[in-house]
Unconditional design. Structure first.
Ligand code: PLP
Ligand code: COI
Length: 341
């Protein structure tokens, strides 16, 4: 298979159309058999549920070329499960988990030429998504849905790669108490757009959102969970009902305990504690682990001892171990690696 001639090291995190995508339609209470298609255009009613009432959810995972030349994905069963949770919360039909993993497999195999080579620093980002496609005008769920998966080759999510980020404490909330913060609903991202643009306009890379009820606890950013490291090398990660249960974070907690022998605390994290930590990172599929060097809260700066030049030592070990598992040079826990070919 000849790879596309792309400048893999410099593609950035942007949409680039690939050859094939997967599509399945839900009608009269059932999903059709699904198919791969070259057609990247979608034609739906002007009154479709997704257009009027934002009935949509999505997932994000990546395909990697391993050191020995296989193409693999990382824990796609967990994305399937989370999409099921999102769908249920949004009154959408569930796309069956086995079919989700099979569709991911098909669409990655069909776009093999776009899976970046081992060592290039790039990966194939996989974006499963679902939306209400039939017309609704009263506020209610649509009757018909489309499930699709697109793929696009990507580089690092944050410009500057592994350079520590500067983030600010947002005055906006990302999620409501008892709302939709724990699922991957498109609406969560729509409402974060103003906050992220404001952060960028003020020179910050990302927002730190606080818990919406008391605004005293750390939640997450617009697209990643937080990991902190204490001065005595404990890993601490916020626990909250209104953050997305990151698959990367859950995997890193396991890696920290089982591979690195570190102590891990999953608990509420007060913003007041942040200044005590030695390292801070953002973790997610797109972010992998992106180090944070500085948090700014209305002009008050918290500078982590790990500094603005490189990742802290514990963050680096977590990063190396996780990416080593994904790229196939560290043995993965049972069931983590799904081989496409
Ligand atoms: N938090 C938010 C809001 C996200 O959008 C994402 C990305 O998927 C994450 C966390 C990280 O989750 P995961 O590690 O499953 O990609
Ligand atoms: C991901 O990490 O897959 C996400 O969906 C985050 C998004 C901000 C790109």
């Amino acid at each position: 298979m000849e790879k596309k001639n792309l400048d893999w090291a410099n593609i950035g995190f942007a949409y680039r159309k690939t050859d094939m995508r997967y599509v399945s339609n839900y009608k009269n209470g059932a999903w059709d058999e699904g198919t791969l298609t070259a057609d990247d255009q979608i034609v739906i009613s002007e009154c479709a549920g997704v257009l009027q009432y934002s009935q949509s959810c999505f997932e994000g995972l990546k395909a990697y070329t391993t050191e020995d030349g296989h193409i693999v994905t990382f824990r796609p069963d967990l994305n399937a499960q989370r999409m099921e949770d999102s769908a249920k919360r949004l009154e959408m039909p569930v796309f069956p988990k086995e079919r989700f993993v099979d569709a991911v497999t098909q669409v990655v195999a069909a776009n093999e030429a776009y899976v970046p080579p081992y060592g290039s620093g790039a990966t194939l980002y996989i974006r499963p998504y679902m939306f209400g496609s039939s017309p609704v005008i009263g506020v209610k769920p649509a009757d018909e849905y489309q499930f699709r998966i697109l793929t696009t080759p990507v580089g690092p999510y944050f410009k500057g790669g592994a350079k520590p980020l500067t983030i600010c404490v947002s005055d906006f909330d990302r999620a409501a108490p008892h709302g939709t913060g724990h699922i991957k609903a498109g609406l969560n991202y729509a409402m974060s757009l103003h906050a992220i643009m404001e952060a960028h306009r003020h020179g910050f890379d990302e927002n730190m959102y606080l818990d919406p009820a008391t605004r005293t606890k750390v939640e997450e950013t617009g697209g990643a969970n937080f990991l902190f490291v204490t001065r005595d090398n404990k890993v601490v990660t916020p626990k909250s009902d209104s953050i997305l249960p990151s698959i990367t974070r859950r995997s890193l907690v396991y890696v920290a305990k089982e591979y690195l022998g570190l102590e891990v605390e999953e608990r509420e994290v007060l913003f007041d504690e942040v200044k005590e930590f030695a390292e801070c990172g953002l973790c997610g599929t797109a972010a992998v682990i992106s180090p944070v060097g500085k948090v700014v809260n209305h002009g008050q700066e918290i500078l982590f001892p790990s500094g603005m030049e490189k990742m802290g030592p514990v963050t680096q070990k977590l990063y190396d171990t996780l990416t080593g598992i994904q790229m196939g040079h560290i043995k993965a826990p049972e069931g983590w690696i799904h081989v496409i070919k």
